[in-house]
Design a protein around this ligand. Structure first.
Ligand code: URA
Length: 186
């Protein structure tokens, strides 16, 4: 499988109700050879228009965080739990996430990243455990059965709402940076 093939397959997807109101499917974006993958919640207004993840205000902040951690956006791969914008940017419902997750699992399997960063509670709950709390689990490495290192941290949009979260996110990204450098052999 290739990411391109999965992206072709997803075109016209009608697996959940979000298909009705979307402008574009936001499949994912980045380096198909990325060792680091970031997973957010779902497209917002700007992402829906452009068809790319994290291009709005949360995306600009994410770029700054990545730059501070000496990571370039072009070297990573970014995707979301749901590929279509929930109306008024509401949190995706569990049934919407469940319908969409097989696409994300295929992306993860195909990309085969060494590190996955879960941006926010929605990614954490849908990928790890429905009752997991981001406030409790952020900053701690977990490992998947296949050996992928997983780090949950706050979503950049949460930082825009609450500046107190900047410090913990920076601490988390320092850990991510160090692990990523190790993997790259730097
Ligand atoms: N927030 C997300 O979770 N994903 C995006 O792509 C943009 C904003």
């Amino acid at each position: 499988m290739t990411l391109e093939k999965i992206e072709k397959e997803i075109q016209g997807c009608q697996l959940c109700g979000l298909a009705e109101s979307r402008t574009n499917i936001v499949f994912g974006y980045g380096n198909p050879g990325a060792k680091l993958m970031l997973i957010g919640e779902g497209p917002g207004k700007e992402e829906d228009i452009q068809g790319k993840p994290f291009v709005g205000s949360a995306g600009q902040l994410l770029d700054k965080i990545l730059a501070a951690a000496e990571i370039e956006r072009e070297e990573v791969y970014i995707a979301n739990v749901v590929k279509c914008r929930p109306p008024k940017n509401r949190v995706p419902q569990r049934k919407e996430a469940k319908a969409c997750l097989p696409w994300l699992w295929q992306q993860i399997e195909t990309l085969s990243p060494k590190i996955v960063v879960l941006l926010g509670g929605t990614a954490l709950q849908n990928l790890i455990k429905p009752d997991a709390r981001i406030t409790k689990l952020r900053g701690q490495w977990m490992e998947s059965k296949s050996g992928i290192k997983i780090m949950p941290t706050f979503h950049p949009a949460a930082l825009l709402r609450d500046p107190n979260r900047k410090k913990p996110v920076w601490e988390d990204f320092q850990k991510i940076r160090d692990e990523y450098k190790k993997i790259k052999g730097e």
